[in-house]
Design a protein around this ligand. Structure first.
Ligand code: SAM
Ligand code: SF4
Length: 325
């Protein structure tokens, strides 16, 4: 399956829930998010059907996200069912890690292959401020559990936010000297739900890279090909790598082959545009497998070329937590 610009579509990101056990400043507004009633969300059997259709159309890699995917009821069983779908070769999860201490082993046994864990700082007070009340020790325990059951290679995601954690990029980057992790520094994207704040607090990758080089030495390029949204580098003699994801300063739309399914069953055609195709309503109205496949394929085909952050057109309809990154 390809879109109208010839970009191959092999990756599907699935939001398993619009809820979360944290409340990060760049992802959710302090209040005023309307969670969908559970019945409005794609149920397990419906999700398995939609992923089967996606796999028939050529999707090979799944990434489970949220909200926080680990708070979805019966997530382990769901992972087991998704892993068994013919054609699915790779399944990873993006998680805040809070529940991984308990869930890493059962998720790995159910067929999950890797995790990306979000970690913006190692400082307990700052972590609590960014996540509005979270405990960094839980994430570190989850990280250790994920490593112990080989949900590897581990990637850590850090959104860099001015006034919150721009000084933490150096201690985070220094973790790669000893650990074989990829730590990815992400430019904050200004969703309208957090728009004013986010626009002012974006730290461009260039600035993050300069801070790291100033403290820890030159960054040696590892992969700048653009096949992954992250441009990766290595510190001298480091075990792990550093990735820089720059949706604001260096958009990677030309190579973006990501499809996204929201927790309420919409195919979102671009993370940063509000253009969506409803799959759940026809599914519940009894549309056949063939008709749903056609709706999926036609929607995917008309993916837009890129986002319009540069023109200050920010997504309005959903906050990041309702899409999943
Ligand atoms: N709860 C999980 C987590 O935090 O990893 C998965 C969902 S979260 C929406 C997915 C990723 O999006 C996380 O790495 C998070 O840091 C990132 N994210 C959230 N809001 C963002 C924003 N405004 N700009 C850039 N990245 C953002
Ligand atoms: Fe929750 Fe992840 Fe959003 Fe933070 S970034 S509020 S952990 S969904």
């Amino acid at each position: 399956m390809k879109d109208q610009y010839g970009r191959p579509l092999t990756d599907l990101r699935i939001s398993l829930t619009d809820r979360c056990n944290l409340r990060c400043v760049y992802c959710m507004p302090e209040e005023g998010i309307d969670f969908r009633p559970p019945d409005d969300l794609v149920q397990d059997d419906e999700l398995v059907l939609l992923v089967r259709i996606a796999a028939d159309l050529g999707v090979r890699r799944l990434r489970l996200t949220g909200g926080e995917p680990t708070v979805r009821p019966r997530v382990v069983d769901l992972v087991r069912q998704l892993a068994a779908i013919p054609g699915i070769e790779d399944m990873a999860m993006t998680t805040n890690g809070v529940l991984l201490k308990e869930l890493a082993a059962p998720l790995a046994a159910a067929g999950l292959q890797r995790v990306n864990i979000s970690l913006d700082t190692l400082d307990p007070q700052k972590f609590s401020r960014i996540t509005r009340g979270g405990h960094v020790e839980k994430v570190l325990a989850g990280l250790a559990a994920a490593e112990a059951v080989r949900l590897t290679p581990i990637k850590l995601n850090s959104v860099v936010v001015r006034g919150f954690n721009e000084d933490d990029v150096v201690p985070l980057a220094a973790l790669t000297l000893e650990r074989p992790w990829e730590i990815r520094f992400i430019e904050m994207m200004p969703f309208s739900s957090v728009g004013d704040f986010a626009e002012a607090a974006v730290v461009k990758s260039e600035e993050t890279m300069a801070a790291i080089e100033g403290a820890l030495g030159p960054l040696e390029p590892v992969d700048l090909s653009g096949s992954d949204p992250a441009r990766t580098y290595r510190l001298p003699r480091a075990s792990g790598t550093l990735g820089f994801i720059s949706p604001v300063s260096q958009p990677f739309c030309a190579k973006c082959g990501r499809l996204r399914l929201t927790a309420d069953g919409r195919l979102r055609l671009c993370l940063l545009r509000d253009d969506e195709v409803d799959l759940l309503t026809p599914l519940r109205a009894g549309a056949s497998y063939a008709v749903l496949t056609e709706i999926f394929k036609a929607g995917a085909f008309r993916r837009p070329f890129g986002h319009a952050l540069a023109e200050k057109m920010f997504p309005q309809a959903r906050a990041m937590i309702q899409i999943g990154g």
